[in-house]
Design a protein around this ligand. Structure first.
Ligand SMILES: [Fe+2]
Ligand SMILES: [Fe+2]
Length: 179
């Protein structure tokens, strides 16, 4: 019997899911802060981190993962929807970055972004990633590409943020200037 060297997208999917989990945890931290009064500085710091994480993650997907997925899974509808969802998320992020935590509707905007991302993650993990897994791409190779890309766009100075909810979280952040 021939030895199988079939490649799989699993390592790549694992990496992307780790990003999803990290952002989900940060949104949960925000929910805790939402209950507290006088936590504007903490909110601003946390939201800035959420926006950076999301910006880097969407960039990784748009530059590396989505082109590969569009080519390999043969489902343009799924990919088109993902593109539109990214555009919507980026608009919300842009608006939030201009806002002050004391502004009216600040918390509401973070909550809407959180729900928006939750929906998008569900579609990726439930529909796109399983198709990617079946497509037989070389996940290890793409992981290396993603890690190099992230390293290039990460801002090491912001890595030491203390968790506002007292848990240690988020070792990595991205710069605003990623393009
Ligand atoms: Fe995405
Ligand atoms: Fe994603």
């Amino acid at each position: 019997m021939a030895t199988s060297t079939r490649t799989t997208a699993k390592p790549l999917i694992k990496l992307l899911k780790e990003d999803h989990d990290k952002v989900t945890a940060l949104f949960e931290e925000f929910e805790e802060l939402h209950e507290k009064k006088n936590s504007h500085d903490e909110k601003a710091e946390l939201v800035s981190l959420i926006c950076k994480e999301l910006t880097l993650h969407t960039l990784v997907e748009e530059k590396i993962v989505y082109p590969l997925a569009r080519e390999s899974i043969d489902d343009p509808d799924v990919m088109d929807e993902a593109d539109v969802e990214h555009a919507g998320a980026k608009n919300l992020i842009k608006e939030l970055e201009k806002m002050d935590p004391e502004d009216s509707h600040y918390d509401a905007k973070v909550t809407v972004l959180s729900e928006y991302i939750k929906h998008h993650v569900k579609e990726e993990e439930g529909i796109m990633f399983p198709k990617l897994e079946k497509a037989g791409i070389d996940g290890d190779e793409v992981v290396q590409e993603v890690l190099q890309f992230k390293e290039k766009h990460q801002d090491s100075k912001s890595n030491s943020r203390k968790s506002v909810a007292g848990k240690s979280s988020s070792q990595s952040t991205a710069t605003h200037s990623v393009k």
